[in-house]
Ligand binder design. Structure first.
Ligand code: ADP
Ligand code: ZN
Length: 723
């Protein structure tokens, strides 16, 4: 019989289903099994009858059948189709669906740890870190390996705390179902919400695939509408999945769901403990979890009976997984819904052009929520022409914006200054020779972080001290920080508004998701007058007192040659502006500092004729035949040897007959958008084909001839983010 293993065999067998002999007692399709692979034992799933044709004496037997419910046909075909679409070997795809820790362990062997007694004041540094880690897990029991790793210490430190009685060691709890949710306590929908809610509820009741764009500005009541569809799904006794970007930060959302349904839903993301993940995985599979709120990887959970998928903020770029298996969770959500035969809702204030085009083509239905709920308007958006402001080179807040901020603070409200740049200054250069300090391993400039007192590479995380002497010319004392980051902006704010309470929200300034959540809650409660933030503030946090948004550099995203720059900037600026004035009592305003107030994108953002912007953007993409009006794939080759990787890329481009046969073009090799990471040079080939061309088949045939030299790695990126 055939078993798909989570580890690929090398060479010609990579990604194929392998033949094994059934164990005594037999096993069926979808069973989780342990099988020998070379010298190791690996996890696998029974995947049909196998190829046969081998000498039966040489076929090895399945070691054992694991104690987990079989993987359903629906999930197996999703994995197969997703692998075909992304040109990912099936074993790698299967790994995404088997991330349940301890799939095969009997529960009794598992011990877990949690905070027990009072914490003494005198603790060693390592013991203190263990306590902190346990607090970060929010009281949930954790297993030893995970705890030691989170605390960066050895197991003995944990055991020491157990002896002291500060930490309790106990058997892992039996996997119990999640509390039942009550589906009957929603708000009364109003205005546009009624028709939208009815349409989605009807879809769920029908129980067939249907894709819907739910569009409306922030605060228009989209969440309330799709929660109605979730409620219907629960009434049908089926399971619902809500995907959110940056889920570790969405305490607010979970609280809201809890208020709506009377209990907390199951959560799935990287901040959830292994013990909890194991429970969730099992309960999802057995129907003991009705609603999962998760990050993109929740798409690979073994739902027993999936009745609805919601992708909130569907345009968000963090849905694209850029490491390992390259997939876009929004697109995969649509695929999974199609296979499961359930509706999928894509919600956004600023949909991606892909989704917009699918609506235009009649594939997705569009539901609009017009005005904001409670009739507050989108904030008024205006430009500040920075050419007229004549600021000195080390200041970034214009006089115009400063006066607005002053007025807002006077009224006891909050102002947000948005700058999408972490750290103190993006460039560190030598005033004597002009040298810019770069990362030794990557093609990236080192960014000064004053709180850490070091230069940091935002690509690979490497750090080094801020040099006193120039690494290139050796001159001392001429190194200068150039350009603004949020930390530097905070300095300027402190100098200009000495009385104001200032909060900086940047992902790197918080040790843990918990710390960041607490900071956000503090700000929402009025704990700051001025908020300085990177894009993490753009993502749906509700600050009720916030009435002014100042964008420090609206031109930032428009530089560079990326064809998606306009779309991205448009979405980000609207999203940020939407933070201001969400409530009926307070009307917000947003000011964009720009050096090019006449730039078409800036004008579109300010002018507010959104449909016109999308039509223009669509026309441009259609004319050049790029996504969503054409198909693209990136082939990323990497190697420590630049010449080797370029030559290999060029050779590959020359042998592209299978692609030419489907009418596709091959561009490159050219340096990849990130041209060097961790010492590996990266080049990219771009393949462009017509919308209807069989791109995957062409690519598969083309790449089948590739024999990779040892040092070289190849990754396929279907629908790349930048082109
Ligand atoms: P969006 O998801 O579009 O940002 P929300 O669903 O979060 O919008 O709604 C914005 C605010 O309006 C929330 O505070 C929500 O509780 C409130 N709201 C939405 N719909 C209703 C309703 N029908 N009745 C009362 N309040 C509502
Ligand atoms: Zn680096």
């Amino acid at each position: 019989m055939g078993v798909l293993t989570t580890e690929p065999l090398g060479g010609a067998l990579a990604g194929r289903v392998l033949d094994y002999r059934a164990p005594e007692g037999g096993c069926g399709d979808g069973d989780f099994v342990e099988v020998p692979l070379g010298p190791r034992r690996v996890l696998g799933v029974v995947w049909g009858p196998g190829e046969g044709g081998f000498d039966p004496a040489r076929i090895r037997p399945v070691t054992r059948v694991l104690d987990a419910r079989p993987m359903r046909a629906e999930l197996r075909s999703f994995l197969t189709r997703a692998a075909d679409y992304t040109l990912t070997p099936l074993p790698a795809m299967l790994r995404l669906a088997t991330r349940a820790p301890g799939l095969g362990d009997p529960p009794s062997t598992r011990r877990v740890y949690r905070l027990a007694g009072p914490v003494p004041n005198q603790l060693t540094e390592a013991r203190h870190r263990v306590i902190e880690a346990l607090r970060d897990f929010g009281g949930a029991p954790v297993n030893l390996g995970e705890l030691a790793e989170a605390a960066g210490c050895g197991a003995s430190v944990v055991k020491g705390l157990v002896k002291l009685g500060v930490v309790a060691e106990e058997d892992a709890p039996r996997d119990t179902p999640y509390p039942r949710l009550k589906a009957d306590r929603g708000m009364r929908l109003a205005g546009d919400q009624v028709a939208a809610g009815d349409a989605l509820v009807a879809d769920v009741a029908r129980g067939a695939f249907a894709a819907t764009l739910l569009k409306g500005v922030t605060g228009s009541g989209k969440t309330e509408v799709y929660l109605e569809a979730v409620a219907e799904c629960l009434r049908q006794g089926r399971q619902a999945l809500v995907l959110l970007p940056e889920i570790a930060l969405t305490a607010e959302f979970l609280t809201r769901v809890e208020a709506r349904f009377g209990a907390r839903p199951a959560e799935w993301h990287s901040g959830v403990t292994m013990t909890e993940r194991r429970r969730l995985w099992r309960m999802v599979s057995e129907g003991g979890a009705e609603l999962v709120v998760g990050a993109r990887s929740a798409l690979f959970l073994p739902f027993q009976d999936l009745g609805l998928i919601v992708v909130d903020e569907e345009h968000d770029t963090s849905y694209k997984q850029e490491d390992g298996v390259l997939y876009n969770a929004r697109d995969m959500a649509v695929l999974r819904a199609a296979i499961a035969g359930c509706p999928v809702v894509l919600a956004s204030a600023t949909p991606s052009l892909e989704t917009w085009a699918n609506v235009e083509a009649g594939k997705y239905r569009r539901l609009d929520l017009g005005s904001r709920f409670g009739a507050a308007e989108l904030p008024e958006m205006r430009a500040i022409d920075m050419r007229a402001e004549k600021l000195p080179g080390d200041r970034w807040i214009s006089g115009t914006l400063a006066r607005k901020v002053e007025a807002v603070i006077q009224r006891g409200e909050q102002a947000l200054l948005f700058l999408n740049r972490r750290g103190y200054a993006p460039v560190t250069l030598c005033r004597a020779c002009g040298h810019q300090v770069g990362c030794d391993q990557c093609d990236a400039r080192m960014v000064e972080h004053r709180f850490q007192k070091r230069l940091v590479c935002h690509q690979c995380g490497a750090t080094k001290p801020v040099p006193v002497a120039c690494p290139a010319c050796g001159v001392e004392g001429r190194m200068a920080a150039v350009g603004p980051g949020v930390e530097r902006l905070a300095e300027e704010v402190a100098a200009r508004f000495p009385q104001a309470r200032v909060a900086v929200l940047s992902s790197d300034l918080f040790g843990s998701a918990r710390a960041l959540k607490e900071a956000i809650a503090g700000i929402a409660g009025g704990g700051a007058d001025i908020i300085i933030g990177t894009q993490i503030v753009a993502k749906g946090h509700n600050f009720p007192l916030l009435t002014l948004v100042g964008v420090i550099d609206a031109d930032l995203g428009l530089q560079g040659s990326d064809l998606r720059a306009a779309e991205r900037t448009f979405q980000l600026m609207r999203q940020v502006a939407g933070r201001a004035g969400r409530t009926a009592e307070r009307k917000g305003e947003a000011w964009l500092q720009t050096h090019q107030p006449d730039h078409p994108v800036i004008r579109a953002i300010l002018g507010g004729d959104e449909e016109a912007f999308w039509r223009a953007e669509a026309a441009e993409r259609r004319a050049s035949g790029v996504p969503p009006y054409g198909r693209m794939a990136g082939i990323i080759l990497s190697s420590p040897d630049l010449a080797q990787v370029f030559d290999f890329g060029a050779e590959l481009a020359r042998r592209a007959d299978p692609l030419r046969r489907i009418g596709a073009e091959v561009w490159g090799p050219a340096p990849a958008p990130i041209a060097r990471v961790r010492g590996r040079h990266r080049v990219r080939l771009l393949v462009k084909a017509d919308k209807g061309a069989p791109l995957q088949a062409g690519l598969a045939e083309w790449l089948a001839q590739v024999r990779l030299p040892r040092e070289l790695r190849l990754a396929v990126d279907i629908d790349p983010q930048s082109f």
